[in-house]
Design a protein around this ligand. Structure first.
Ligand SMILES: [Cu+2]
Length: 128
């Protein structure tokens, strides 16, 4: 009788652990982020040789709206983690929108050879 009760308790504990583990696994493979409904609009200037501002901070789930004006020569912005790859023509303003659906620090850079300081033309998107 005692053994039966112990066996049943172990079975219950085992089931709880198993369910707990499988739901954890489901969370790690899941890539869905609940949008905050917040739209972060950032006006940015691309110039030789910087993005201004060069650091952008948003919250997880925010919709990020970048409005970028290239004020001198042609530039480009490449933010591979969010599929952003946009040509920034001289004198033009470009609007880019995406959802910040992962946490971390993500680098962006200019991909158009815009002069001697081109290689240093980069910045960071921080998603908290
Ligand atoms: Cu460049």
């Amino acid at each position: 009788m005692k053994l039966k009760i112990i066996a049943m308790i172990l079975l219950v504990i085992g089931t709880v652990l198993f369910v707990g583990c499988s739901s954890n696994n489901a969370n790690t493979t899941e890539n869905l982020v609940t949008p905050t409904g917040e739209v972060k609009t950032i006006k940015m200037v691309a110039k030789q040789w910087a993005f201004v501002p060069e650091n952008i901070e948003v919250n997880l789930g925010d919709t990020v709206q970048l409005i970028i004006e290239s004020v001198d020569v042609d530039h480009g912005i490449n933010l591979p983690s969010f599929g952003v790859n946009e040509y920034l023509q001289s004198g033009q303003t470009v609007q880019i929108e995406f959802v910040a659906d992962k946490k971390g620090e993500f680098g962006f850079s200019c991909f158009v050879m815009c002069g001697s300081g081109h290689i240093g033309m980069r910045g960071n998107l921080i998603v908290k």
